[in-house]
Unconditional design. Structure first.
Length: 718
């Protein structure tokens, strides 16, 4: 049975708009090959598709005289019907198909292609018909994807190529094919691009040209080779799309993309056999101290794509011939997530019970370094660079800190660290192309490097990728609590922050046509004011000199609710790693939301009063006498004695000490007696309290810390 119009429309819609595309930009790239691919499982092909649309759907029965009126009638009638998908997407796909047809046509001859494809009269004024009828379809698709579905299946945004009002929207759909888009993760990995810190448009364009040579089609290569003043709008749309894909990238690549060029500055980590590595980039951070700066290393992930392990991470430094501090190879560097979205705490090590922050200047910044946690499958790469730029950390809620960035910002103070061999070139640029530029104390950076501070760079410093300025203004939504992954619906009590990038400061942010006050001038941030209703759509615009500066964003506020269906909630394994469907099957035990599968609660028995098992998944409970010890959950919880201390595991080798005795017992001393449980439990009690004292984090309350010290004194002599 041949496919009906309803069938074609449904299959095309689901090809582009699906849950995997939630929050992503969708372009309607359609050609003959894609239509054949969509129709093949059902016995349909491109010719069948065209003829079906020429005839029109069965709910349009007045036989419109041309394809534009047929498309509009389909759109208009569909609004009156309760349909699962917009009724007209198949016609928009047909219009894009016409733009991809080769033949003996003038370069810009779109309408003759469409007329020949559908058999319409060549004398019809198709341009007028598009203005009268088809523009409403594109607006309807944008409204459906952003407002009605809340970007749950993808975000379509009207973009035009050049000065073409109607055809420009169609040509904008041809900037990147679906196959090219699928290869972007491989290009990102080979180019060493960071999803949390993208480069400027010029640098991204250069990297796409270099690393996309074997993946991009000729028309895309031609567009990337064009200048910004030629086909500027379409090139900008391509860069916007790639940046959107980069920001959503989780750091993994298809298995076929594993082969990397020798000597490439990239994340070497990709899909591994049986599991995937989490791969992120390290950032050098400089904090002001008396007389200069101190340095440390952090990293940032996109919390929408990467789950930070609850127990933190423990890294080893990979062997590096340029590593002068060889002792670092024997050290373990730990890190936990901060309460600042996506940021890690500084890498640190523990020595003799004291925590020491890892100093970034111990590494050769020109050669970089790699930190690996093999147990949790994480790899953090400090990229090699001869010049590094640092911007104020206030925009990332890291006060009094300068954070490494991949480019400069307009109207913003900065620090620059460089090898002394580049000092003269950078000084020459800084003195002529910034408002303020001076060399400062070089504490906190490697030997043979210099440090400068400056303000308000006016132009790029050619030859150095980090010393470039963005060309375009971009609107981002940061933080907030989304209703679901990728959705533009946010819980009404946790809205996102509006961030404007690439601006010199003369911008205004509008919500539904009304200006809102700026929150942080230095970071170009705006808070969404309170007072908007649940269910209300908010359209956010950025104006520069009273003109629209970039694409709008639409969000909605929703109320909080408890859900019963967790089928769309990510799966986590026992280590807190994000599981992907279809990769080697699911483990025996995993969590999905608050539901844990594969665990029999009877294994844990009854929990006695005073045993706070919620503190960790591994707790050593101690009683008031040596030998009173239970390592839960491997040991059953004590029933013959009441626990006084709970040593909750917080890292691979560290535990937090919590008091869990009765309030009236807080002044009591440990009883220096021996239980009759045997030598083994006495030894374990002593190890837990005294031998591991440097790994235990004592209570912060002075009274409890003093009580814990009494236990250590007793344990010392057991």
């Amino acid at each position: 049975m041949p496919l009906t119009y309803h069938d074609w429309n449904k299959h095309i819609t689901k090809y582009f708009f699906k849950e995997d595309n939630a929050g992503k930009d969708v372009i309607l790239f359609v050609n003959k090959e894609i239509i054949d691919e969509i129709g093949k499982p059902y016995g349909g092909g491109f010719d069948d598709f065209v003829q079906c649309l020429v005839r029109g759907p069965d709910f349009v029965n007045n036989n419109p005289e041309n394809i534009c009126k047929m498309a509009y009638e389909t759109y208009n009638r569909g609004k009156q019907m309760d349909m699962e998908y917009p009724s007209y997407i198949a016609y928009l796909a047909l219009f894009v198909c016409a733009a991809t047809i080769d033949g003996d046509y003038d370069r810009n001859a779109y309408y003759p292609k469409l007329k020949d494809l559908v058999g319409d009269d060549q004398d019809i004024n198709m341009s007028a018909l598009f203005s009268d009828y088809i523009s409403d379809l594109w607006k309807g698709l944008q409204r459906w994807s952003q407002v009605k579905t809340g970007e749950a299946y993808g975000r379509f945004t009207i973009t035009r190529r050049g000065g073409h009002v109607n055809v420009g929207i169609i040509y904008a759909q041809t900037i990147l094919s679906e196959n090219e888009r699928k290869n972007l993760p491989t290009i990102f990995s080979r180019a060493g691009l960071d999803p949390t810190d993208p480069p400027t448009e010029d640098i991204l364009k250069s990297k796409l040209r270099r690393y996309g040579e074997e993946f991009f089609e000729n028309r895309t290569k031609k567009l990337l080779n064009s200048n910004w003043n030629q086909e500027n709008t379409l090139l900008g749309a391509l860069i916007d799309l790639v940046l959107s894909e980069l920001e959503r990238w989780d750091g993994t690549v298809p298995e076929s993309g594993q082969a990397l060029e020798e000597g490439q500055d990239t994340l070497a980590a990709v899909t591994q056999r049986g599991h995937r590595w989490v791969n992120v980039y390290a950032r050098v951070c400089l904090s002001r101290v008396l007389g200069g700066f101190s340095s440390h290393i952090r990293f940032k992930v996109n919390p929408d794509n990467v789950v930070f392990p609850e127990d933190g991470l423990e890294f080893k430094v990979s062997e590096n011939p340029y590593l002068t501090e060889k002792r670092l190879l024997d050290e373990v560097f730990s890190s936990h997530q901060t309460n600042k979205a996506g940021w890690s705490r500084p890498l640190q090590t523990s020595k003799d019970g004291r925590v020491e922050i890892l100093k970034a200047e111990l590494f050769d910044w020109s050669e970089g370094a790699t930190f690996v946690d093999g147990e949790m499958d994480w790899k953090v790469v400090l990229r090699p660079a001869d010049v590094r730029v640092f911007l104020p950390g206030g925009r990332d809620n890291l006060p009094d800190t300068y954070v490494e960035a991949q480019h400069l910002e307009h109207a913003c103070p900065f620090l620059i660290a460089c090898r002394d061999s580049f000092k003269e070139r950078i000084t020459c640029w800084g003195e002529s192309e910034t408002e303020k530029f001076e060399q400062v104390s070089s504490s906190g950076i490697p030997e043979g490097w210099s440090l400068f501070q400056g303000e308000n760079a006016k132009t790029d410093c050619r030859g150095f990728d980090p010393l470039t300025l963005p060309k375009e203004i971009r609107l981002k939504l940061v933080g907030g609590v989304r209703h679901s992954a990728g959705s533009n619906k946010f819980l009404h009590f946790a809205p996102p922050t509006i961030v404007v990038e690439g601006s010199s400061g003369n911008v205004t942010v509008m919500i539904n046509g009304e200006e809102i006050p700026q929150k942080l001038v230095e970071g170009m941030q705006w808070d969404i004011p309170s007072g908007y209703n649940i269910g209300e759509s908010l359209t956010i615009d950025v104006l520069s000199d009273s003109k629209k500066a970039c694409n709008s964003r639409t969000i909605q506020f929703v109320g909080s609710e408890l859900i019963e269906d967790f089928s769309n909630v990510p799966l986590l394994d026992s280590k807190g790693r994000l599981l992907r469907y279809g990769e080697g099957g699911q483990p025996l035990r995993f969590a999905q939301g608050v539901v844990v599968y594969g665990v029999d609660v009877s294994e844990f028995g009854n929990v006695p009063l005073g045993a706070p098992t919620y503190l960790s998944n591994s707790i050593t409970f101690l009683g008031p006498e040596p030998g009173m010890v239970a390592c839960w959950p491997n040991d059953p919880l004590p029933t013959e004695w009441s626990p006084v201390w709970a040593l909750a595991k917080t890292g691979r080798n560290s535990r937090d000490v919590h008091y869990c005795g009765l309030p009236e017992d807080d002044n009591s001393r440990p009883r220096d007696t021996r239980t009759k449980t045997g030598h083994k439990t006495l030894k374990l009690w002593k190890e837990s309290v005294w031998v591991n004292r440097k790994r235990n984090n004592p209570p912060k309350i002075p009274k409890l810390r003093k009580k814990w010290s009494k236990y250590m004194e007793v344990a010392k002599h057991v």
